[in-house]
Write a protein that binds this ligand. Structure first.
Ligand code: NAD
Ligand code: UFG
Length: 335
């Protein structure tokens, strides 16, 4: 069975993927600098799977320490989640984002090259599509135009770096996974999304309204050209997303492959609020505010390539995600 290095493996998506890998017999080591996650996640992964991944608290910007981990690990594959991801912050601190995300990735690829590791999966984002004529995004669309933030541009640049590297190294097998909007938590309630600082995505904000840390949800505009006037996004349960990585790992081939990971079914902000209220049995305090700069009215994944080539598609719904999020929040409150 393969041995996998998971960068950013104590983070939200990385921890769920580490669980899937361990439950399917893969050996896992994690490297994370704990900038946006907690060491206790390693204990939770062990509680869920009965296996404790080796954990290295190391920054990808520290090339010497990273080299040591890669040299000693004898990894077959690397799944690279580590990165900064706050869109608004990236506008204020672009150089931090370029250094952390791009230099971190180049350090990782250099370490892999030195140590003969040739399988690489990267966390990309639907943000690379920018603005398109159609809201249904498909992998064949041209990317890179009208990207709304430095964060988004780091994803786009890294995609190009990976493509260039795989052209220069015929043995290299890369997969770029373009995530749509990950939500939800592990059904055990032991891991979920727990960002440090002030969240800016819809679900973490809803979670903070539920636990009382934020008074009410601001709906960013209800005058969009959608059925109920609020923006529509393709929300994907994080466990489905984690399984997408497993599917990619099982279908690695020379060159760079690109897949959307989404459900293909968009939901509006008002539909998300209704789903949350149905799952919690409580009204969610909210009010309609102005539009947020840069938001697109709607977009969603065309997920047919992943289904056709990886045999993967989403099976969980936004109702499942709401139930699992509430369960996770309740577990956090108990402890
Ligand atoms: P997260 O912040 O929960 O996890 C990222 C982890 O990387 C954190 O634990 C952080 O401490 C670590 N990290 C950051 N910089 C590092 C560095 N230089 N060295 C070592 N560790 C470092 O984020 P997430 O939601 O799990 O996202 C994982 C990846 O998926 C990110 O690359 C993100 O950009 C991408 N992505 C996320 C979303 C989303 O909405 N969550 C959507 C599309 C793409
Ligand atoms: N929203 C609100 N109120 C809030 C927060 C969000 O109404 O307090 C709305 C937004 O306007 C948007 C929807 O909820 O319509 C989802 O917003 P998020 O910020 O959760 O997600 P985005 O689709 O704007 O962006 C996310 C990630 C980006 C990524 C993008 C595409 O944050 O990193 O998906 O994958 F690039």
């Amino acid at each position: 069975m393969k041995k996998v290095l998971v960068t950013g493996g104590t983070g939200y998506i990385g921890s769920h993927t580490a669980v899937e890998l361990l439950q399917n017999g893969y050996e896992v080591e994690i490297v994370d600098n704990l900038f946006n996650s907690k060491i206790t996640v390693v204990d939770q992964i062990e509680k869920i799977t009965g296996k404790r991944p080796v954990f290295h608290q190391v920054d990808l910007l520290d090339a010497t320490q990273l080299d040591q981990i890669v040299a000693n690990g004898h990894f077959d594959s690397v799944i690279h989640f580590a990165g900064l991801k706050a869109v608004g912050e990236s506008v204020e601190k672009p150089l931090d984002y370029y250094r952390n995300n791009i230099t971190g990735t180049v350090n990782l690829l250099e370490s892999m090259k030195k140590n003969g590791v040739n399988e690489f999966i990267f966390s990309s984002s639907a943000t690379v599509y920018g603005v398109q004529d159609s809201p249904e995004y498909i992998e064949t669309m041209t990317t890179g135009a009208n990207i709304s933030s430095p964060y988004g541009r780091t994803k786009c640049f890294i995609e190009e770096i990976v493509k260039d590297y795989s052209v220069a190294n015929p043995e290299f097998k890369a997969v770029l996974l373009r995530y749509f909007n990950p939500i939800g938590a592990h059904p055990s309630g032991l891991i979920g999304e727990d960002p440090n600082g002030i969240p800016n995505n819809l679900m973490p904000i809803i979670m903070r309204v539920m636990d009382g840390r934020i008074a009410k949800l601001q709906i960013y505009g209800d005058d969009y050209p959608t059925e109920d006037g609020t923006c529509r996004r393709d929300y994907i349960h994080v466990v489905d997303l984690a399984k997408g990585h497993m599917a990619a790992l099982e279908h690695m081939q020379a060159g760079t492959q690109i897949f959307n990971l989404g459900s293909g079914k968009p939901s509006s902000v008002k539909e998300m609020i209704a789903a949350f209220e149905k799952a919690s049995g409580e009204a969610l305090p909210c009010e309609v505010g102005p539009r947020r700069a840069g938001d697109l009215p709607e977009f969603w994944a065309n997920p047919s390539k992943a289904e056709r080539e990886l045999g993967w598609r989403t099976v969980l719904t936004i109702d499942d995600a709401m139930r699992d999020t509430i369960n996770y929040l309740n577990k956090v409150k108990e402890n």
